[in-house]
Design a protein around this ligand. Structure first.
Ligand code: NAP
Length: 287
């Protein structure tokens, strides 16, 4: 019996702080219900000082797997038995699978982003990509885009060293495709007027500050540029609205969240999430 908790129910979950806002429980419990699987996905608010004990407890109760969000994506690594090469390069784990008491770490954020682009018929192969911001999310998505043969990745950030740090990791380990520059309107225009994909990863414009925008204008863009925002609340940021006015295809962060969740679920259960179920999941954030 699915979504009825009984003696056979397997546990999945997410640890983070804060975790109350997370949409992952809705996404994963919908997958369990639709696939008629006897799993339950629970949010656990875990402060930094409680991380080690939580991991021990999870092992003790034989949890099937769990997601990891801010602020634990990096610190979790030292408590894991094995970490995928990709997650090591990304410096972060967002998915842990328990196999007979051994914990394996993965990162599905970059994969989720690539899949969200693919679902809108956008490929990063041979593309010139410009990213605004150089936070935790950028290391994941830019490592994956470099692995998927992006032609160039330019990371623009207020704090230049953080952008350069990510470039060094990519250039040293994957291929010499990444460069950094400071984030200002002049540099943005220089780098993005002929780019294929422009991505905002700064939190500027996220609810409740929905009237804010990380750029003054996007008048330099042509309609050939695909413009993404990792923010999914609001659905259309001011940044994306400005890009839409230029005639650009726009993609918000919901697909990334959804597809990283699907990738995590597949790691834990080996179950396939088909396109019909993806359609159902697309509406989870509208409930
Ligand atoms: P983060 O680690 O805090 O990094 C934020 C980045 O934005 C930093 O590079 C920071 O620059 C820059 N920034 C912050 N405020 C700025 C401002 N006022 N002007 C210019 N730059 C500014 O955050 P993150 O984890 O990378 O997340 C970034 C965004 O992506 C958030 O909105 C988050 O909700 C979203 N996100 C979405 C998904 C998804 O699945 N859709 C997944 C992960 C994250 P400095 O380095 O100079 O401080």
């Amino acid at each position: 019996m699915y979504n009825t908790i009984n003696g056979h129910t397997k546990i999945l979950g997410i640890i983070g702080d804060p975790v109350e806002h997370s949409l992952s429980p809705q996404i994963h419990n919908t997958i369990c219900k639709e696939l008629e699987l006897n799993y339950v996905y629970v949010p656990f608010k875990v402060a930094s000082e409680g991380l080690e004990k939580t991991v021990e407890g999870f092992k003790a109760i034989g949890i099937t797997g769990f997601n990891v969000t801010i602020p634990h994506k990096n610190h979790i690594i030292k408590y894991l038995d094995e970490v995928s090469d990709e997650a090591v390069l990304m410096g972060a784990v967002n998915t842990v699978k328990n196999v007979n008491g051994r914990l394996f770490g993965y990162n599905t954020d970059g994969n989720g982003f690539i899949k969200s682009l693919k679902s809108r018929d956008v490929s990063v192969k041979d593309k010139n990509i410009v990213i605004m911001g150089a936070g935790g999310s950028v290391r994941g998505i830019s490592v994956k885009m470099a692995m998927e043969d992006a032609k160039s990745i330019t990371i623009l950030n207020r704090t230049l060293e953080k952008a350069q740090e990510i470039c060094d990791i990519i250039n040293d380990n994957i291929g010499n495709v990444c460069r950094s520059a400071s984030l200002d309107m002049f540099t943005l225009e220089q780098h993005s007027k002929s780019c294929d994909i422009l991505i905002n990863t700064t939190p500027v414009g996220m609810a409740p500050y929905i009237h804010e925008c990380p750029v003054e204008h996007l008048d330099f863009l042509t309609s050939d540029t695909v413009v993404c925002d990792l923010i999914y609340n609001p659905e259309e940021t001011v940044f994306l609205s400005k890009a839409k006015e230029r005639g650009c295809k726009i993609i918000n962060g919901w697909g990334m969240l959804l597809f990283q969740a699907v990738a995590s679920f597949q790691i834990w259960t080996d179950k396939k999430v088909n396109s019909q179920l993806i359609e159902i999941l697309q509406k989870v954030n509208k409930k």
